[in-house]
Design a protein around this ligand. Structure first.
Ligand code: AHR
Length: 334
């Protein structure tokens, strides 16, 4: 709206391709071809395309921040690398965008670049994951899921489930497939799960935790190594659905039944996870809602109107298992 974006046609096509196919872009900040000076220009520094959740999140932004709604979106896929996000933010500053939206790969290391955005007078909105900075004025606000609560919800579900299936008195061997180390989704979920499990040492024995980088292939690879090292795994906690899907493949490959021989809990609750719940392969999926595009647009509209916004905005999230998955599946938007 206020500033002119140096639009690049080739980049626009790249952003469109990433949107349509969930594929990678070059890491360069991409501007849509028709970016004009009469729309609000938003630069989105996205984590990557590592999971179904992430694709749904990208689609949410790319369908919300369109010229018909008064926006030009400059989308950047950082391929899970913080240095790419820092570069993208600097590109956004150079292009004098009106707002920067950041879904930070990890929590730390943002002071310098966010100070540069602040010095340039560009408001930064955090979406999905959080940052750890001493000066909270470096960003306007954050909107996302409550990752610690998600972890706690997983263990509360498990407590009830083990009672229900008559295994409440057993010591259960647990492995945890963690997300990208240092990402707030990993930090929070690990904290929630390990704290509640730690309160019941007679019930939960955590054998191992290792990152699967939030991807299906790495989740499968780590699960294969867990299965070799620990022949008696009872429970897998996968810190996202895609790592859970990888774990399922690894479990099947050793002739075990996911969901029966090994209890599986995942986070995100995308459509494919619902289908796995209904198929009996995932026992529980704790929701992490990716549809942040409209939420961020609402924040921007408030800021444009000079209205205050809440510093932290949590979204509502559910817990799904065989009892409610089939009824909920037709309503899933992602
Ligand atoms: O930060 C949200 C997490 O990031 C989602 O759980 C995961 O699927 C994604 O990669």
């Amino acid at each position: 709206m206020k500033k002119l974006v140096a639009g690049v046609m080739a980049c626009a096509l790249m952003a469109g391709a990433a949107f349509a196919g969930g594929s990678q872009d070059s890491g360069a900040a991409a501007a849509p071809a028709d970016s004009g000076n009469d729309t609000i220009v938003v630069g989105y520094a996205q984590v990557g395309a590592e999971s179904d959740w992430r694709t749904a999140n990208t689609v949410s932004f790319q369908t919300t921040f369109v010229p018909e709604n008064g926006y030009t979106l400059i989308f950047n896929d950082a391929q899970q690398k913080q240095e790419n996000q820092i570069r993208a933010i600097r590109d956004f500053i150079q292009q004098e965008v009106d707002y920067i939206v950041l879904a930070p790969v990890v929590e730390t290391g943002w002071e310098t670049v966010l100070s540069e955005a602040k010095a340039a007078g560009i408001p930064v909105i955090l979406s999905d994951r959080e940052v750890k900075v001493t000066d909270e004025s470096l960003y306007v606000c954050w909107v996302g899921g409550n990752f610690v609560k998600e972890g706690e919800d997983a263990v509360k579900w498990l407590d009830a489930y083990l009672e229900e299936i008559g295994r409440g008195d057993e010591l259960m061997n647990v492995v945890i497939l963690q997300g990208t180390i240092g990402a707030s989704a990993q930090v929070g979920r690990t904290e929630g799960v390990t704290r509640l499990m730690g309160e019941k040492p007679e019930r939960y024995n955590i054998l191992a935790m290792q990152t699967g980088e939030f991807t299906q292939s790495k989740g499968q690879e780590v699960m294969e190594s867990f299965l070799k090292a620990y022949p008696d795994i009872d429970i897998v906690i996968a810190e996202n659905d895609n790592m859970g899907f990888g774990a399922i493949d690894a479990i099947k490959a050793v002739g075990k039944k996911p969901g029966e021989d090994i209890i599986i809990i995942t986070f995100d609750a995308v459509r494919a996870a619902f289908e796995r719940i209904i198929a009996g392969e995932i026992n529980c999926a704790v929701e992490c809602n990716p549809l942040h595009g409209p939420r961020v647009a609402e924040i921007i509209q408030k800021l444009e109107a000079g209205e205050p916004v809440e510093k932290k905005q949590y979204v509502d999230e559910g817990v799904f298992d065989i009892k409610n998955a089939a009824a909920e599946l037709p309503n899933r938007a992602y």
